[in-house]
Design a protein around this ligand. Sequence first.
Ligand SMILES: Cc1cc2nc3c(=O)[nH]c(=O)nc-3n(C[C@H](O)[C@H](O)[C@H](O)COP(=O)(O)OP(=O)(O)OC[C@H]3O[C@@H](n4cnc5c(N)ncnc54)[C@H](O)[C@@H]3O)c2cc1C
Length: 448
Amino acid sequence: MKKEVVIAGAGLVGSLLSIYLSKRGYKVKLYERRPDMRKETMSAGRSINLALSDRGLLALEKVGLSDEIKKIAIPMHGRYIHNADGTTAFQPYGKEGQFINSVSRATLNCKLMDLAEQHGTEIFFDHKCDTIDWENNTIHFELPNSQQKKEEFDLLFGADGAFSATRLQHQLQHPKFEYHQYYIDCGYKELTIPPTPSGEFAMEVNALHIWPRKDYMLIALPNLDKTFTCTLFFPYEGKFSFEKLDTEEKVKVFFETNFADAVPLMPDYINEFFTNPTSSLVTVKCYPWVRKDKFALIGDAAHAIVPFFGQGMNCGFEDCRVLDELIDKYSENWETILEEYQELRKPDGDAIADMAIANFTEMRDKTADPVFLLQKKIEARIHEKHPDKWIPAYSQVTFSPQIRYSTAYNNALRQEIIMQHVMLKPGIAEKWDSEEIEKLILEKVSRR
Ligand SMILES: Cc1cc2nc3c(=O)[nH]c(=O)nc-3n(C[C@H](O)[C@H](O)[C@H](O)COP(=O)(O)OP(=O)(O)OC[C@H]3O[C@@H](n4cnc5c(N)ncnc54)[C@H](O)[C@@H]3O)c2cc1C
């Protein structure tokens, strides 16, 4: 007898997980707090579009969705940097042919829910998980009009996001649950660049645009309707902060001074600045993720991370793929499946969480730093010539799903130590592509 599965949260990860399990013949009930986004226009939530990369695509491929998703994705081959002095530069993400994809969160989520239903998942909307009775394996939901509903489960997944109610219920009845939550001092606000009057993209379409300004940055990802969604990552408090930009005039002066080339492309930015929400960015680390053979956290509920590596969803999708592989390995032995799922994914979740924080500094500050850019150029050259010996950290995370996040993290630390040494070599700017530097790096790699 296959277990009856309940999943709380029909976001990106819960919906994908339900497809994996329904395809295997499990009876899956998916409960979602919000109304059906396929029927109702929802107000803009967090991040209208997302960067989907190879880990996410691999997980989608396993359920036959990657080709369909690629059709609604816009390839972004690199970072298009808008410097403060008005110059621009293109920095490829990887080798020729390697790119990440801009996809609409809503379209992707709707497609996942459609497919889940096609495979037999039942989805219940307007059901907010409230409490869980672990003794009797029952989950309770609040419905509109204060109605209540309870559902029994053999196996429950908490896929209800960063502020997970299932995680809280797990925590409340656990003798030593570890929970760490960190907010960074920046929030974010979304703004729009519409198409040009002739209906075209207003900037280079196949790139992720960044205006790096040290303590803050603006980024823009393209959408299929030829708009760009811009996101301003900006301190809450301080000299340049959301708190200080409290009049239209101050916003105008700030944008015209700092994002001069973006301003003419954003006719409504002042209005959007005051009407669109300012949202916070949180990292959540917790442990344990599982309870015997009957409960597991997955996606942001297990490991919410900041968006600067573009990996939150990709990591959650990878959770689903790894879990699926463990079902193959251990058949119906769910206690072992969940135990190993946690053992594998917890270090990986922690690793990408830390790398995502570090990437904030890289994006907002270092992408405009000539020394950093030279270092990246040297690494790209070594990778090109010796792909078996050196894969840049970004490529390990983004284009190498066969490398675990935790391995990529350790490799990145080792590579950084090597590169710090290399960058101190006198005359490095002139001899960066010399045999001497190449030999030095390879020697250090082999020593480690
Ligand atoms: C600004 C920003 C940009 C991002 N960019 C990227 C990116 O480029 N690439 C990337 O890979 N990731 C990105 N992410 C991260 C990505 O959004 C998340 O990792 C991803 O949405 C996680 O999916 P999830 O299904 O685990 O959680 P969620 O998407 O949060 O879904 C959780 C679902 O559970 C529902 N729910 C919540 N509480 C309850 C309850 N009590 N009962 C029932 N249902 C409930 C919610 O309504 C929601 O539908 C970004 C995040 C942000 C904030």
